[in-house]
Design a protein around this ligand. Structure first.
Ligand SMILES: [Zn+2]
Length: 180
């Protein structure tokens, strides 16, 4: 059967399908795997069913589609008024706008609740946005993710590792101890 959509239209439709195993999530998984990180997917026992769960790092990663999760879109508390800041990623359709505004607002509220529950249970939450995974940004984005993972790992497992205070050497006859 031939595709009745042009490739551009197909890409648009696919990019708006809200589901597991979509391309942005795959990019994050592939990068982590290539760099030796191991993870679990869609773990239901972890609040909010994060896309990627890294128990060793007690970190939950959400890979959010810019449209569905309203990247750069902030809603006011009352009414349907909302503010879009630099929202090239989340263009709310003019047709049926109220429907989309409500839908994206609910998604954002649910996201915040999930992040809060995870945080309260000692999880680090990392949100990676779809627009941060374009070819010219993905490496920088993932290096930031890697830094967050390792910082959290250190905080969890090696809380006593600190930079050596060199002023101590002058005032002390004992040799500086090794940091281990
Ligand atoms: Zn975005």
């Amino acid at each position: 059967m031939t595709d009745r959509l042009t490739p551009q239209q197909r890409h648009y439709v696919m990019s708006r399908i809200h589901g597991k195993g979509t391309k942005p999530e795959l990019l994050v998984r592939q990068w982590l795997w290539r760099h030796g990180y191991r993870y679990r997917l869609n773990v239901k026992s972890v609040p909010g069913k994060p896309d990627i769960v890294m128990r060793r790092y007690r970190t939950a990663i959400f890979v959010n589609g810019c449209f569905w999760h309203g990247h750069f879109v902030e809603f006011s508390v009352e009414g349907l008024e909302f503010r879009e800041d630099g929202s090239k990623c989340c263009k709310i359709p003019e047709t049926n706008k109220e429907f989309w505004v409500n839908k994206i607002r609910r998604n954002q509220e649910r996201d915040q609740q999930n992040y809060q529950v995870l945080h309260d249970n000692g999880w680090q939450v990392i949100v990676v946005w779809e627009c941060q995974l374009v070819p010219k940004m993905i490496e920088q984005t993932m290096l930031q993710v890697e830094l967050l993972l390792n910082e959290h790992f250190l905080a969890l497992h090696h809380p006593k590792v600190v930079a050596y205070d060199f002023q101590d050497i002058k005032n002390s006859n004992t040799p500086p101890s090794m940091i281990c």
